[in-house]
Design a protein around this ligand. Structure first.
Ligand SMILES: *Cc1c(COP(=O)(O)O)cnc(C)c1O
Length: 497
């Protein structure tokens, strides 16, 4: 063999791998140390990057130093720093050293399909059982109780898989031409990803019921509202088939009453899904677990460790209870010859083939990532982590309450505080108040010292302060509040002039 064909290109030469990877890890460690110094919000104008970077690929290899330099000078200014301790927007994407180790192992093995690696499939079953136990899910969600837990990349994928499964069950019975009559229910606080997923599985957009919630009900969906909507649709000849409840809505952190909605879903034989992407993590603490009371009524339940559980994106846990409902039954298993387990091979038949429970055939080794995160922290540490964030949020809330120019808009459940400047006049002018709070938020975010976003519920515009970024400490919350007060003073002054 001509040795020159192979000898001078080693894309995975062990010494290079080790040295270059260490440089990148040091780069990231340094980033975390200094992330607080950057303006939280990206400072660039769209289109800025094409003036800074060459518009065609290099012909020869470039040095890692050059690449890291370009990242520092060109890429970083266009990044919003989700890992900044002053990031209070959306929900935090929490990280941890353990999470990074897990991420490295997940990427390092770079497995294709889990059905070729018994360890990957079995570890997935194991780690999903661990999570189910920490959340005190009923035994019917665990592998020993014929439930099935599977790791997905996102809540949206979990929703698509459950919607497709529920749809399949109904249509198999009622005939596939009935798809235009299927109806999905959720509250007006449900994450917009549900609507997208409903349309992705071919349900007409007009058959998505975004049911109203009110302040007096804490912006949670009432069973009465749900049942009325179902009855009305049945009367019009439609076919209700799927309800989604949320534990910790994105707008204001509301919690739908799982138990009561579950009973309505059971009564009408609808698929009941619980989306606890953010709030689910808190339910490992006994004081929050009651939000999941009634989870036994759910066909499926999902939460995302990549939000509040110290795990890097992506990682979403989805459980389906009861073998009749399993994703394998509902998702099309379109096996091409080369993708199938060998049926004569009895060992592979005993193994879960997780590709039948998700969209892609490939699967990242998410199980090892989550398993490392859980082992390196342990349940007690996770509880401590959740409680520290909740304590900080409660502290922030007390600061808001002490300043009579402000009010807390929605009662806090987790670590999300929803607040606003009150109207200056006794009779509230909604538009004027919105203008006021919009300006306040703009000024705070413009300063570069913090980043929050707004939400509107029931026509009320307010500012969301989501506490819990991994690096956030008390001092950051104190500075944030000082900044808000300062900007409020100037915004109010401008308004009265
Ligand atoms: C973040 C979030 C989602 C969307 O999750 P993806 O993983 O991005 O699909 C859905 N529901 C809730 C309640 C969320 O907080």
């Amino acid at each position: 063999m001509d040795s020159s064909l192979t000898n001078d290109f080693h894309p995975l030469e062990p010494t290079d791998f080790s040295q270059e990877s260490k440089k990148v890890i040091d780069f990231i460690a340094n980033y975390y140390t200094n992330v607080e110094k950057f303006p939280v919000l990206s400072q660039v104008k769209p289109g800025y990057l094409k003036t800074l970077l060459p518009d065609s690929a290099p012909v020869s290899s470039e040095s890692l130093e050059d690449i890291l330099n370009d990242i520092t000078t060109s890429i970083m200014p266009g990044i919003t720093h989700w890992q900044s301790p002053n990031f209070f927007a959306y929900f935090p994407a929490t990280t941890s050293t353990a999470g990074f180790l897990g991420e490295m192992l997940c990427s390092g093995f770079n497995l294709g399909e889990t059905n070729t690696s018994p360890a990957a499939a079995e570890l997935e079953t194991l780690v999903m059982d661990w999570m189910a136990q920490m959340l005190e899910l009923p035994p019917s969600f665990l592998s020993s109780g014929n439930g099935s837990g599977v790791l997905q990349l996102s809540t949206s994928e979990a929703m698509v898989c459950t919607l497709a499964t529920a749809r399949e069950k109904v249509l198999r019975e009622k005939g596939y031409e009935g798809i235009s009559r299927l109806v999905v229910y959720a509250s007006d606080q449900t994450h917009s990803s549900l609507q997208k997923c409903v349309e992705l599985v071919g349900i007409p957009p007009s058959n998505f019921r975004c049911l109203p919630t009110t302040y007096s009900d804490g912006f949670s969906l009432t069973p009465r509202t749900l049942e009325d909507a179902i009855e009305k649709d049945i009367e019009s000849g439609l076919v209700p088939f799927y309800v989604c409840a949320t534990v910790g809505t994105t707008g204001c952190g509301a919690v739908d009453p799982v138990e009561e909605l579950g009973k309505v879903a059971r009564k009408y034989n609808l698929w009941f899904h619980i989306d606890a992407a953010y709030g689910g993590s808190a339910c490992i603490c006994p004081e929050f677990r009651h939000y999941l009371d009634g989870v036994e009524h759910a066909n499926s339940f999902s939460m995302s460790p990549h939000k509040w559980f110290l795990t890097y994106v992506d990682c979403c846990c989805l459980w389906v209870q009861n073998p009749d409902n399993s994703l394998k039954e509902g998702l099309p298993t379109i096996g091409t010859e080369y993708l199938m387990n060998d049926d004569d091979d009895s060992e592979s038949k005993d193994m879960e083939d997780y590709k039948d429970w998700q969209i892609a055939s490939n699967k990242r080794f998410l199980a090892i990532k989550l398993w490392v995160v859980i082992r390196r922290h342990g349940l007690a540490t996770f509880r401590f982590h959740i409680r520290s964030d909740v304590k900080l949020a409660s502290y922030f809330e007390s600061l808001v309450a002490k300043d009579n120019r402000f009010e807390v808009v929605v009662p806090r459940k987790f670590a999300l505080v929803c607040f606003r400047l009150k109207s200056s006049h006794s009779k509230e002018d909604k538009n004027q108040n919105q203008e006021l709070n919009k300006n306040l938020l703009l000024e705070v975010n413009k300063s570069g010292h913090a980043f929050m976003i707004h939400a509107v519920v029931d026509g009320v515009f307010f500012i969301r302060c989501a506490i819990g970024s991994t690096l956030t400490q008390e001092c950051h919350v104190v500075s944030l509040w000082k900044l808000i007060q300062e900007k409020a003073t100037s915004v109010l002054l401008n308004f009265s002039n």
